[in-house]
Each structure stands twice: as C-alpha cells, then as structure tokens.
Design a binder for this molecule. Sequence first.
Ligand code: ADP
Ligand code: ASP
Ligand code: MG
Length: 412
Amino acid sequence: MSVLVMKFGGTSVATLDRIHRAAKRVAVEVAKGHEVIVIVSAMAGKTNELVGWVNETSPMYDAREYDAVTSSGENVTAGLMALRLQEMDVPARSWQGWQVPVQTTSAHGAARILDIPPENIRAKFAEGMKVAVIAGFQGVSPEGRITTLGRGGSDTTAVAFAAAFEAERCDIYTDVDGIYTTDPRICEKARKLDRIAFEEMLELASLGAKVLQTRSVELAMRYKVKLRVLSSFEEQSDEAGTLVCDEEEIMESNVVAGVAYSRDEAKMTLISVADRPGIASAIFGALADAGVNVDMIVQNISEEGRTDMTFSCPNDQVMRAEKAVEAARERGDIRFNDLVTDTGVAKVSVVGIGMRSHTGVAADMFKALSAEGVNIKVITTSEIKISVLIDRKYMELAVQALHDAFGLDKAA
Ligand code: ADP
Ligand code: ASP
Ligand code: MG
C-alpha cells in the first residue's frame, strides 16, 4: 500500500475546528487507499509562547531544557489529531518523536535527524492502523534527551518521514496556497509558482522565506522526495499548490526566481582590531563556541595595522555574541576599541539559478534600491543569490521595489 505524508502547520491546527478540518482531509486520503503519516506542528503561536517562557525564566538557558519545554506544543496537537480521527472511525494513534524513535544529533535547539527506523510504525500499519500521527519538530538524542530541530522544524520531520517510508508524496499544508515569488503577506503583487527548483527553494528558505525550513528542502533534494506546498484552507485537487522539483523539470523561469527577507537581524562591528593572522579565527571561533550563527562578515581596509570587523547575526543572539566577544577580550585573545551593535537591520535577498549565466543582476538590484533611497550597509553574493543588509524600516519597501524591478509579477 502506498504511504502519503501530510504535514499540517501551526495555523492549520490552530483550533479544534481546524484540527477537525485537517482530519477530514486525512480521511479522504485514507478512503483513497493510502496509509497516511500525519505530521503536526504546535497550535499557532504556541511555540512562540513556550520560547518566551524559557527566555523569561533563563535568558542564557540550558538548551536541553529549552527543548524539553518547546517540544511540548506538538505533543498536544498529535494527541488531539489522533483522537479526532478515531472519532471519525479512522484507526489512528499518535507518536512522540522518542517513541518512533526519531533519532537526532545532540545539537539541542537545532538537532539534525540521523535516522528514523520505520519498523514500529510499519508493524502498526500491518495490524490495520491507517494513520500514524507524529509530533513534528522533535526527536531524541543519543543520550536519550528530547531534542528539537530548529524553528519551522516540522517541515523537516515531514520530509524525513517521507524519505524513510519512501512515500508517494510529501504534502505540506499551510496558510498560503503555495510558494510565491516573495512573501504574499508583504507584497501584494507576489505570484504563485506552479514549480520551483530545489536549489532556488533552498536559497530562499535559508535567506528567510519561512514557508519551508531549509533542512527540509535539503533532505527532499537528497532523497528525491516529491515535495508539495498547498493550502489547508481551500479545497484541493491533486494538481494544487507548488511542486518543489529538479531544475530540469521546469520549462521557463525568470533570471530572478524570488525575493526573500529576514526581518530580525543585527549588525555588530568591532572597532580597531589588530590586522594580523589569527584575529578572525579568534573572534569567530569565540562566537561559534557560544552558538552564535554568524551570517555576513566584512573586514575593512586596514590602517596602521588596525581594522574594523563587521558581522551580522540574528537579533536574539546579540546578547550571546556580546558576551562571547567580551570574554575573548578578557582572556586576552583579542583587543578592540569598541563594540558597536545595530539591532535595527534586515536582510533582503534576490535568488535565481538564472544568475549563473546572466550578468548585471547586482547592478539592477542596487539601482532599484537607490531609486527608493534605501542605503545598503553590507552586501554578500553567491552563485545564485545577492543579499543586502538595510535599515529594517525600509524592508517592505525594498522587497516590493525588487519584485517590481525584476518583473516577478509576470511569468517568464
Ligand atoms: P506553517 O505554520 O504552516 O508552517 P509558516 O508560517 O511557517 O507556516 O510558513 C508560511 C508562511 O511563510 C506564509 O504565511 C508566508 O507569510 C510566509 N512566506 C514567506 N515567504 C514566502 C513565499 N515565498 N511563498 C509563500 N509563503 C511565504
Ligand atoms: N512549532 C515549531 C515552530 O513553531 C515547529 C513548526 O511549526 O514547524 O517553530
Ligand atoms: Mg513553518
């Protein structure tokens, strides 16, 4: 019998009524003859609330306890979904990550899935169970502690189950009806894509488009999972939503496929550090040890053997970063005159595999931003993306201007 994976995000299980509607959709697939693995997120807003409680209790928290708390939201929805299905006479049971078990690394708060042995669930399917409801976002470490997979991690749970069970398809049900050229909530001209290449989706996700967690796209690409994003709010056909697929399966595409943004970034500058071998290593080694995710890095031209070093990181890691850098200074590993922190920046990026063969995308991007009077603070590029750091108050404006400049409202 073929296995189908259906994942329901936070807004799709936000109330008992929404869970009921999601369960009806699952029942339709069971009636078509599928065995279904349902992955659920916590109810909308629940994980944010739990994260808030942790931060309020312990700002420099023990990540193992962060996971113990934040994983709990999914346990509630998994149980409720199984109960709702049973009420509809669909044989179902819930599983928490450790029960499956979803085996992960010990990197608490950002664990990676190592393996999902399918035997336990297969045995239940063989006994007549039709739906396995899995609490997304969570797993168990080799030490036997509960782990979580990073924000948005239920997407990754879904794709990992689809790979482990060789599912026919992995459907990600969410609050938008597919993947758009940019976030439809901040750009009304955003256009829904029928298909998007894995590599483009991977970049968009890692640059902030939260519709899919980055790691879920990586896994889908590696294990050739047929991955689809669609709305849980509308009636759906088998063709609905957006398919994430290989580049070769897409006929025409724009040079720029999409625009992504990341709202809560911070820029930090160490003023006047020594310009000699080992300094970058001392700074970024200390930040890495403290678990800070450094993104962009810029080093100024040096004057009289001293330079300024600028980097960006998520806003909520600023305190960790400041502590790490100060501790390195106290140990005598680095010296600097001042540490300047700007917590009011955002990152805006354009992404497209067409950039490999087209020149001038950066020039067009900078022109569009300057026409709106948006000042660029930091720039980084790779083969298929260009990112800029700008003042957060211009973020929406920048996204809309770039969407217009690259004609993304029209198909190629
Ligand atoms: P879920 O709770 O279902 O996992 P998320 O909030 O994590 O949903 O992701 C869906 C949201 O992603 C949408 O509501 C939308 O605002 C946002 N988003 C950002 N970029 C895009 C994009 N390019 N296409 C579609 N949605 C996007
Ligand atoms: N509930 C978790 C979060 O909000 C995981 C998820 O929804 O994918 O990040
Ligand atoms: Mg999500």
